[in-house]
Design a protein around this ligand. Structure first.
Ligand SMILES: Cc1cc2nc3c(=O)[nH]c(=O)nc-3n(C[C@H](O)[C@H](O)[C@H](O)COP(=O)(O)O)c2cc1C
Ligand code: SF4
Length: 450
C-alpha cells in the first residue's frame, strides 16, 4: 500500500525516503533540473479545454478539506468576457492540527507555482494571489523569492510561457493574512483579500461566477495545485494507480479517492510530522509507521482525522482507512485536511471538547446567530462540565445545541458552524461514559400530596 517513491515530497527529504535533516529550499534551477515545470510545458502545448479535461479525468479532489473535484470546479467558470479573472490560492492553513501546506511553501514553492501557472492557462486566469497565513513569515519569504525567480524565468510577467490572457500579462502575487481562522473559508478569504473584514459571503453566487472583486475566480488549496504538475507529466492512469478506487459497479458519480496525499500527525505519538502516502492508508499505519507508535507505549484512545472540524475517530476506529469517504463509514465529518491529532489513554476528552469549543467560539465571525450564540453556549457548558458543575441533562442539551447550529445547509452561511457541531457531537457521543461520569445527576422536583 505504501508509495513506491515520493511525489509531492520528491524534493523535500521525508522519511521513509529521506532524512529531514537534509531539507533545503529548492531553487528554480534545482526544480527545473529535477523535472520541474515539465508539466507546465506540456500544459501550454495543449488547449485550455484539454487541460481541464485531463484534470477532470484524473478525479483529483481538493486537498483543502472539502474534497471537491478540482477539474469540475475549473469547468464552472463562465466564458471569457475580456475582463480580469483570478486564481486565489488558499495558503491560510489555519485548521488546528494542519501544517502540510507549510512544508510545500517552505521547501518547494515552485511545485505550487507550476500548478498555479497550469491552472491559469487552463482556466484563462490573468492574476493569481497566494493568500498566506499571517504567522507563516519564513514561508512567505520563500514564496516571495520563488515568485521573483519565476518572473525572472518568464513563468509569469511579460513574454511568459502562458502568453497574454485577456490582453494581459499573467501576474502572481503573495498576500498575507492576519491570522483569522475564518479567512481560510473561501469567501472569507476573498473578502479579506479585497481589504475587508473576513466575513464569509452567502452563496450563490459562487466564486467561479463572482469571486474576487466581483470577477470569476478559482480558489484552490496549495496541495491541490501542487499535485497538478506531476499529473500533467505522469498522466491520469499513473495518478489513479494510487489511492482508493470507487467500489466495483458503482457509477462514475460516486467519488473515489485517488492519488498520493500529505498526512500530518501530531499529538501523543513518537514522531509527529508531515508524511506522504497513498490515500486510504489506515490510521493505524499512520500512527505506527509514520508516527512511530504511541508515545511512552500508551494505549490509543482516539484521533481527529484531519483538522478539528472533522470530529473524532473513537477507540474502536483505529483501523479506519483515511480516504475522502471516511465520514460515511466512521461517523465523522470527513478526512478534512488529513492532519491527524492523536490522543492516548490518559487524555481527558472533556477537556479536549472544551478546548475545541473554545476555539470555535473565538473564531466564529458572528454573522449567523446559531453559530455566534451556539458556539459560545457549548463552550460555557463544557467549561462547567469540566469543572464538575455539569448536570446530567447538559449532555442532551449539548447535543441539541450542536445539532441545531450545524444543520447545514441552510442555517448558517459557512461551514465553521458545522465543524463545531461535528467536533463536539462526535466527542460527546463516542466518549459518552466519560462525560456521564463527570456530570451530577439532575434533581427532579417532586411535589408530595398534590
Ligand atoms: C471555517 C473554514 C476554514 C477553512 N480553512 C481553510 C484553509 O485554511 N485552507 C484551505 O485550503 N481550505 C480551507 N477551507 C476550505 C475552503 O473554503 C475551500 O473549500 C478550499 O480552499 C478549496 O480548495 P480545494 O478545492 O483545492 O480544496 C476552510 C473552510 C472553512 C469552512
Ligand atoms: S457560520 Fe459562523 S463563522 Fe460562518 S459566517 Fe456564520 S457566524 Fe460566521
Amino acid at each position: 500500500m505504501a508509495l513506491d517513491a515520493p511525489i509531492l515530497t520528491k524534493r523535500i527529504p521525508t522519511p521513509p525516503f529521506g532524512d529531514i535533516a537534509d531539507r533545503k529550499v529548492v531553487s528554480y534551477d534545482q526544480f527545473v533540473a529535477t523535472g520541474g515545470y515539465a508539466g507546465l510545458d506540456k500544459a501550454v502545448s495543449m488547449t485550455p479545454a484539454e487541460v481541464i479535461d485531463l484534470v477532470k479525468a484524473s478525479e483529483l479532489r481538493g486537498r483543502g478539506g472539502a474534497g471537491f473535484p478540482a477539474g469540475l470546479k475549473w469547468s464552472f467558470l463562465p466564458p471569457e468576457d475580456g475582463g480580469q479573472r483570478f486564481l486565489t490560492v488558499n495558503a491560510d492553513e489555519s485548521e488546528p492540527g494542519t501544517f502540510k501546506d507549510r512544508l510545500m511553501l517552505e521547501f518547494d514553492p515552485h511545485l505550487l507555482l507550476e500548478g498555479i501557472a497550469i491552472c491559469m492557462h487552463a482556466c484563462r486566469l490573468d492574476t493569481a494571489y497566494i493568500y498566506i497565513r499571517g504567522e507563516y513569515h519564513l514561508q512567505r519569504k520563500r514564496v516571495q523569492a520563488a515568485i521573483k525567480e519565476a518572473y525572472d524565468n518568464k513563468i509569469f510577467g511579460p513574454g511568459s510561457k502562458l502568453g497574454q490572457i485577456n490582453g494581459r500579462d499573467p501576474q502572481c502575487f503573495d498576500h498575507r493574512g492576519a491570522g483569522a481562522y475564518i479567512c481560510g473559508e473561501e469567501t472569507g478569504l476573498i473578502e479579506s483579500l479585497e481589504g475587508k473584514r473576513g466575513w464569509p459571503r452567502i452563496k450563490p453566487p459562487f466564486p467561479a461566477v463572482a469571486g474576487a472583486f466581483g470577477r470569476p475566480t478559482i480558489i484552490n488549496n496549495v496541495e491541490t495545485l501542487a499535485m497538478v504538475g506531476p499529473i500533467m507529466v505522469e498522466g491520469v492512469d499513473w495518478f489513479k494507480s494510487m489511492g482508493v478506487a470507487r467500489p466495483e459497479g458503482a457509477p462514475p458519480t460516486v467519488p473515489a479517492s485517488y492519488g498520493p496525499k500529505l498526512f500530518g500527525i501530531s499529538g501523543l505519538v513518537n514522531r509527529p510530522g508531515v508524511y506522504e502516502d497513498q490515500l486510504g492508508i489506515t490510521l493505524k499505519e499512520l500512527i505506527e509507521v509514520h508516527g512511530q507508535g504511541m508515545r511512552n507505549g500508551k494505549k490509543f484512545k482516539g484521533a481527529i482525522p484531519g483538522g478539528i472540524s472533522m470530529g473524532v475517530l473513537g477507540p474502536d476506529q483505529y483501523e479506519a482507512g483515511l480516504d475522502f469517504d471516511i465520514g460515511k463509514k466512521y461517523a465523522c465529518l470527513g478526512l478534512g485536511t488529513a492532519g491527524a491529532i492523536v490522543f492516548d489513554e490518559d487524555t481527558d476528552m472533556v477537556s479536549v471538547a472544551r478546548n475545541i469549543a473554545r476555539f470555535f467560539a473565538h473564531e466564529s465571525c458572528g454573522q449567523c446567530t446559531p453559530c455566534r450564540e451556539g458556539t459560545g453556549w457549548m463552550y460555557k457548558m463544557l467549561t462547567r462540565i469540566e469543572a464538575g458543575n455539569g448536570r446530567t441533562k447538559d449532555l442532551d442539551l449539548l447535543l441539541e445545541i450542536a445539532g441545531s447550529i450545524g444543520a447545514m445547509p441552510g442555517t448558517t452561511i459557512c461551514g465553521l458552524a458545522d465543524g463545531a457541531n461535528w467536533a463536539v457531537r462526535t466527542i460527546v457521543n463516542k466518549y459518552w461514559d466519560e462525560f456521564e461520569s463527570r456530570v451530577k445527576p439532575t434533581l427532579v422536583q417532586v411535589t408530595v400530596g398534590s
